[in-house]
Design a protein. Structure first.
Length: 116
């Protein structure tokens, strides 16, 4: 059974930083790994993605503040989040998919709350 386990969420003040981790039970090197988030009362949105070739793309509102990376040896994907804003408050989910449009595998989510 494939497992993706997110960690690193929590409560942080505006302007602060958090690093989310997604530990996978699969070899992430052949997957496109994506961080999504779902703010309260809103739809899930793509935050950051890294392909098997290392190409990355980001939601416009997080460009320059968030960085996605991966460690193949640990089968772990990270999301470094800096200069956090209240509008970054959401449940953050990790996804692994091999092909575009594939549902893939999902983690259980980790809550990030940005508030003073």
């Amino acid at each position: 059974q494939v497992q993706l386990v997110e960690s690193g969420g929590g409560l942080v003040q505006p302007g602060g930083s958090l690093r989310l981790s997604c530990a996978a039970s699969i070899s992430i090197s052949i997957y496109t790994m994506t961080w999504y988030r779902q703010p309260p009362g809103k739809q899930r949105e793509l935050v950051a993605r890294i392909t098997s070739r290392g190409a990355t793309n980001y939601l416009d509102s997080v460009k320059g503040r968030f960085t996605i990376s991966r460690d193949g040896a640990k089968n772990t994907v990270y999301l470094q989040m800096n200069t956090l804003k209240p509008e970054d408050t959401a449940v953050y989910y990790c996804n692994a998919a091999q092909y575009p449009g594939q549902y893939g595998y999902w983690g259980q989510g980790t809550q990030v709350t940005v508030s003073s």
